[in-house]
Design a binder for this molecule. Structure first.
Ligand code: ADP
Ligand code: MG
Length: 225
């Protein structure tokens, strides 16, 4: 953490398209990202915004191929292989979809995981370090960050409890051991410390409606700026 210079952090900025907004949701499995993204989509559509929900590494035909390569990998991938696969798909999705959508006024693009998941998974989970991850994102369009990111913070116990309910096979990342998941929590906490103005840490342990109210209030603040 301490080795990250302000000059590096200053490379990251939101895209400048008046009237359009870039948002992301972050947090470990079961933190409520998918749930809250749908709540926010309904909220924003009532306000007559066009809402586009994106999930990496999908969203483009190239990204879908990378998605199955990563998520179905039987052998453990080298952390740099994992990182650069995600970054390739990220650059493609930003160029092919995100920036084109944001150029249309009154659009909100919501990412289900983005830069902060890379900081958590590959930076801390895979020990590459936050600096390596940020250095790899310095070049446009990878240096684009959301106007606002919601980090839905829950404990490992809550994550496991909520995942039990889902009753489906665990994918590549979900099958990792608990100490890995504890590192992910540490990783998201680090990301929130690195980008205190962009990332809103939201207590995701509460009831769904309470979390949604917090998210709506912060989005309203952003919209009236
Ligand atoms: N605030 C909440 N309290 C209790 N259960 C929740 C809450 N938010 C979501 N859930 C439930 O937890 C599970 C995981 O939620 P989900 O939105 O899929 O999380 P994520 O997309 O972050 O993995 C789902 O079964 C969902 O219905
Ligand atoms: Mg989800």
């Amino acid at each position: 953490m301490h080795e990250i210079q302000p000059e590096l952090l200053a490379q990251f900025r939101p895209p400048a398209y008046p009237g359009s907004f870039f948002l992301s949701f972050e947090g470990i499995e079961g933190s409520g990202k998918s749930t809250q993204i749908l709540n926010l989509k309904n909220f924003l559509e009532k306000k007559m915004f066009r809402v586009i929900i994106l999930r990496e590494p999908g969203g483009t035909s190239f990204g879908e191929k990378l998605r199955s390569a990563i998520l179905n990998s039987a052998a453990p991938l080298h952390p740099l292989a994992e990182t650069f696969l995600f970054l390739a798909s990220r650059a493609q999705l930003l160029d092919e979809v995100t920036l084109k959508e944001l150029a249309i006024p009154n659009t909100v693009v919501i990412y289900d995981r983005y830069l902060d998941s890379t900081l958590a998974y590959q930076g801390v989970g895979r020990n590459l370090g936050a600096k390596t991850i940020l250095e790899a994102h310095k070049i446009f369009p990878l240096n684009l960050v959301p106007h606002l990111t919601f980090y839905l913070k829950i404990s490992l116990e809550t994550s496991l409890k909520r995942q039990e309910k889902r009753e489906r096979d665990k994918d590549y990342f979900e099958a990792q051991k608990n100490n890995f998941h504890q590192k992910l929590i540490e990783g998201y906490n680090q990301a929130a410390e690195l980008f205190p103005q962009r990332i809103a840490t939201v207590d995701g342990e509460r009831k769904e409606a309470e979390v949604a109210q917090d998210v709506f209030a912060m989005v309203n603040q952003l919209l009236i700026k």
